[in-house]
Design a protein around this ligand. Structure first.
Ligand code: UDP
Length: 326
């Protein structure tokens, strides 16, 4: 059984491909390779194409006749989405609309979508779950919220079944070391911190120490990428059993401040973390922490690798291996 994985050459998508392969599916990566890596496509074929090119999506579906689509491909940088919102709305929303319409035209009814906790916005101190209202404060979150709404409309009009995951902060790397996180440019906290520890960057800049949190830095809920993609396989099975559309939040349920992540990295690597105190980054919410009991109770999800020690340890091992090259 083929599953088309958009963005399958990227960080989360490549880990999903590994999980799909281990679960007996054949992942077909649909990716334009602008931010993804051909070298990360290790678990099934690569179809190089762009979601803004409807004919390419149609050709991929005609060639592989997938039972489902997993849609990871997106622009996902909060900061960039604040300075270049048009790029986010165009790429994420138009690309997803093309994909959804092509999915239905090919007679495929099963769709797994990567949404985000950035759809919630600034809801101080609240544990966020599937029923929390969504008021995004950046264009990245806004574009993902729009795609969630689009999926609901197509469910009503055309019977498309969608499992929507709202990710919290995805971290770590494949524990076997086959794949891991590599972005150019890198903007995420843990890989930047590990590079600073390893001397590949001069220092980590802490974006704001004046938030309304115990130590003044932002709080996030970090989830191990391998746990996250396990949930995708469970969601795919849910769809194939015709259980209908559902939203699930995926996080560990624990919030950690930037300073706590720095401290954990110091402990895991046994090295000092060079830091610079910087300004707040526009678009950052103070605290984003997840209640994921729905995924645990309804999908049987077990996020047992999502502790800081394992996430940072796996990311550290990955970061010190030779990197993917274009
Ligand atoms: N962060 C930071 N310095 C950096 C990158 C990130 O202090 O160089 C902070 C950021 O402000 C946020 C947290 O780390 O509070 C996680 O940011 P990241 O970019 O990893 O993920 P996001 O929350 O934007 O999805």
């Amino acid at each position: 059984m083929h599953v088309v994985v958009t963005g399958g050459a990227g960080y989360i998508g490549s880990h999903a491909c590994k999980a799909l392969k281990l679960a007996g599916f054949t992942p077909v990566v649909f990716d334009n390779l602008t931010t993804g890596w051909a070298e990360a496509v290790k678990f099934g074929p690569l179809f190089q194409g762009d979601l803004l090119d409807r004919a390419a999506i149609d050709a991929c579906f005609a060639q592989y006749r997938p039972v489902a689509v997993m849609h990871f491909a997106a622009l996902s940088l909060v900061g960039e989405s604040m300075t270049n919102p048009g790029k986010y709305w165009r790429t994420n929303v138009n690309g997803s609309l093309n994909l959804i319409e092509a999915t239905l035209a090919a007679g495929i009814k099963n769709f797994v979508f990567s949404s985000t906790c950035a759809t919630y916005g600034e809801l101080d101190g609240v544990t966020l779950d599937e029923d929390t209202s969504q008021t995004p404060i950046n264009a990245y979150g806004g574009s993902k919220r729009a795609i969630e709404m689009m999926l609901r409309d197509f469910e009503k009009s055309s019977g498309l079944n969608a499992v929507i995951y709202r990710y919290f902060n995805v971290a770590g790397a494949d524990p076997d070391g086959e794949i891991g996180e590599q972005h150019v440019p890198e903007t995420h906290l843990i890989p930047l911190m590990l590079d600073a520890i390893d001397g590949k960057r001069p220092a980590l800049t802490v974006f704001g120490s004046d938030y309304n949190t115990p130590d003044g830095t932002c709080i996030r809920d970090y989830v191990h990428v391998s746990d996250l993609v396990d949930a995708h396989v469970l969601g795919l099975r849910w769809l194939l059993e015709n259980k209908g559309s559902r939203v699930f939040c995926l996080g560990s349920g624990n919030g950690f401040s930037v300073r706590e992540v720095i401290e954990a990295s110091r402990a895991v690597t046994n090295r000092e973390v060079p830091i610079i105190e910087g300004q707040r980054r526009p678009g950052d919410a103070t605290s984003l922490v997840c209640g994921s009991s729905r995924a645990v109770n309804e999908l049987g999800w077990q996020p047992n690798r999502s502790n800081l020690t394992q996430m940072i340890g796996d990311a550290w091992r990955w970061s010190r291996q030779p990197r993917f090259e274009k």
